[in-house]
Design a protein around this ligand. Structure first.
Ligand code: NAP
Length: 479
C-alpha cells in the first residue's frame, strides 16, 4: 500500500518532504499551501534587504547541489528562486494545492481528516500528516495601546507594504532584531528621519559577505568536490565555534569580544555605543549578523530611542518622556513563535487537543512526533531551531527520520511515539537545556512567557543528525 500523505506548507520543510517522497516513488501526497505561491518565509518576507545570514551553500538542500549562488549571503529573491528551481526540477509543484489553508486535522481512529478553509470543501482523509508550517510564520503585533488610532501607514516587517514609498518620510521602526537590522540600512537611506525604538539591544557580529563571480561559480560547478567541501567547511565552522558559545563553552568570550569589537569599530559615539551594548550573554537572544546595521544607526537622520513606548497616538509614538511624530510605523516585532501549528486545530487519538496537551509549552520527540498523535510528523517542530547553524540541515534530518518510518506506514501501520520514549526525551532535553545560554538573563522568541525554551535544540546539530538517523521503529508503538 502507498500511504496517502498530506504535507502542510510549501516552504523549505514541506518542499523537502515532497521531493523526498517523489524521489522514493511515493506520489500519493498532496501539499497544502495557504498562500498563492511556494516559499514559506521566503515568500512572505520581502522587506528591503531581506536575506539569509547563513551562507547559501549551506542554507540549501544537501541533495540539490546549486552552483549559481551570486553571493555568500544571498537575498530573499535568490533563495526563493532556489526553492522554485527545486520544486520544478523535482516536479513537485503539480502536487501543491495553493490558496488552501488547512484549518483542522482530526484523527478519527484510523485516518487523519483534514478540513480546509475552502468554502464547501469536504474533509479529506489521509494516512499520514506532515506539518511543515515553520516556527516563524505568523507575525507578532505588539499590544500597545492606541495602535488602531494611528493616522499614518503602519505594517509588519513580514507583510511589507511595497506600495508605500518611504522617500522623505518620518518613519518609526519598533524592534531591532535580525529583520529590522536588515531593512533599517535601506529605510535609513530613503527616509527623511528614522527613529528606531529599541527595547533591548542585541549582540551584533559582522557579516562577511562576498560575491561569487563567474570564475568562482565555474569552479564550484566543475571542480569535483569543491562545492561539497566548501559546504562542509561552513557547517563545521559554525558547529565548532558558534555552538560552544551557546553552550557557554570556550568560545563564548570570543563571541562577546568579536561583537564588542564590531560595535567599537562601527559606532564612534560613546553614548550611542552604551545604548547599543547588551547586558546579557551573547546568544541568549539570536545574535544579529550584519555589517550595515550599526553604520545605519550612526547616520544623522537616524535616532535610537530607548525610552519605553507608552502608546501609539494618531500622530506617532509616545514614549514616557516625549511624543515622536511620524507618518509611518514599521513593526519589526517578530513572530508568534511558541504557538506551534496554531491556529490549526489538531485533534488526536481519543479527541486529544494538541493545544491543550501543549498548554505548558510545545514538545515532541525529536521535535517530530507527539504522543496521542499517531502518524503525525512535524518539520521544524518544537526544540529544533538552531541559533548557530542551518535550519535546512535540521529539516533534512527530520525528513530522513520520517522517510525511515515510511516502510511501516506503507504497511498500514499507525505509529505513535511511546510515552516512555517521550518522557526520556523530555528529561534529556531538560538536562541539556540547563547548560545553554538561553535560560536566564533575557527574554526571546525561543521561549514561552513562563520561560520554557520550546524552540531551540540544545545540542550540537551533529548529535541531532545521529539521533534522527537511528532506526525509528523502537521509539514508536502501533495503535
Ligand atoms: P525578533 O528577533 O523576535 O525581534 C523582535 C523585536 O521586536 C525585538 O527587538 C523586540 O524587543 C521587539 N519588540 C517586540 N515586542 C515589542 C514591544 N511590545 N515593544 C517594543 N519592542 C518590541 O524578530 P525578527 O527580527 O523578525 O527575527 C525573528 C527571527 O527570524 C530571527 O531571530 C531569526 O531567527 C529569523 N531571521 C533570520 C534572518 C536570517 O538572516 N537568517 C533574518 C531575519 C530573521 P525585545 O528584544 O526587547 O523583545
Amino acid at each position: 500500500m502507498t500511504p496517502k500523505v498530506a504535507i502542510i506548507g510549501a516552504g523549505f520543510g514541506g518542499l523537502c518532504m515532497a521531493i523526498r517522497l517523489e524521489r522514493a516513488g511515493i506520489r500519493s501526497y498532496t501539499v497544502f499551501e495557504k498562500g498563492d505561491d511556494l516559499g514559506g518565509t521566503w515568500r512572505d518576507n520581502t522587506y528591503p534587504g531581506a536575506g539569509c545570514d547563513i551562507p547559501s551553500h549551506l542554507y540549501s538542500y544537501s541533495f540539490e547541489k546549486y552552483t549559481s549562488w551570486t553571493r555568500r549571503y544571498p537575498g530573499q529573491p535568490e533563495i526563493l528562486g532556489y526553492l522554485e528551481h527545486c520544486a520544478d526540477k523535482y516536479d513537485v509543484r503539480r502536487q501543491i494545492r495553493f490558496s488552501t489553508e488547512v484549518t483542522a486535522a482530526a484523527f478519527d481512529g484510523s485516518h487523519w481528516q483534514l478540513t480546509t478553509a475552502t468554502p464547501g470543501a469536504e474533509p479529506e482523509a489521509f494516512d499520514v500528516v506532515v506539518m511543515g508550517v515553520g516556527q516563524l510564520n505568523r507575525p507578532h503585533l505588539p499590544d500597545i495601546p492606541g495602535m488602531d488610532e494611528f493616522e499614518g501607514t503602519s505594517f509588519h516587517s513580514a507583510r511589507w507594504n511595497h506600495e508605500h514609498d518611504l522617500t522623505g518620510r518620518r518613519v518609526a521602526v519598533i524592534g531591532n532584531g535580525s529583520s529590522a537590522a536588515q531593512f533599517i540600512p535601506r529605510v535609513a537611506e530613503q527616509a527623511e528621519r528614522l527613529e528606531v525604538f529599541q527595547r533591548t539591544p542585541n549582540w551584533v557580529i559582522p557579516k562577511p559577505d562576498a560575491t561569487f563571480g563567474p570564475a568562482a561559480k565555474l569552479a564550484f560547478h566543475f571542480i569535483p568536490g569543491l562545492q561539497r567541501a566548501y559546504r562542509e567547511w561552513i557547517y563545521r565552522y559554525a558547529e565548532g565555534t558558534l555552538y560552544p558559545a551557546l553552550a557557554q563553552g570556550w568560545s563564548q568570550d570570543l563571541l562577546k569580544k568579536r561583537a564588542l569589537n564590531h560595535l567599537h569599530d562601527q559606532v564612534k559615539d560613546p553614548r550611542l555605543r552604551a545604548r547599543l551594548t547588551p547586558d546579557y550573554p551573547p546568544g541568549c537572544k539570536r545574535v544579529v549578523i550584519d555589517s550595515s546595521f550599526y553604520p545605519a544607526l550612526c547616520r544623522p537622520n537616524v535616532d535610537v530611542v530607548t525610552e519605553k513606548i507608552v502608546r501609539i497616538t494618531p500622530k506617532g509614538v509616545k514614549t514616557a518622556e516625549s511624543p515622536h511624530e511620524v507618518d509611518t510605523i514599521i513593526y519589526a516585532t517578530g513572530f508568534r513563535s511558541t504557538e506551534f501549528l496554531s491556529p490549526m486545530r489538531v485533534t488526536g487519538r481519543g479527541g486529544r487537543d494538541l493545544a491543550e496537551q501543549w498548554a505548558g509549552g510545545a514538545e515532541a520527540y525529536l521535535g517530530i512526533s507527539a504522543p496521542n498523535f499517531p502518524n503525525l510528523f512535524m518539520l521544524y517542530g518544537p526544540n529544533t531551531n538552531l541559533g548557530h547553524n542551518s535550519i535546512v540541515f535540521m529539516i533534512e534530518c527530520q525528513v530522513n527520520h520520517i522517510m525511515a518510518c515510511m516502510p511501516y506506514l506503507s504497511q498500514g501501520m499507525r505509529l505513535e511515539v511511546r510515552p516512555e520514549v517521550m518522557a526520556a526525551w523530555r528529561d534529556q532535553l531538560d538536562a541539556a537545556m540547563a547548560r545553554m545560554v538561553w535560560g536566564d538573563g533575557c527574554q526571546s522568541w525561543y521561549k514561552t512567557a513562563e520561560g520554557r525554551v520550546t524552540n531551540n535544540w540544545p545540542g550540537p546539530s551533529t548529535l541531532y543528525r545521529r539521533l534522527t538517523a537511528r532506526p525509528p521503529r523502537p521509539a514508536y508503538r502501533q495503535v
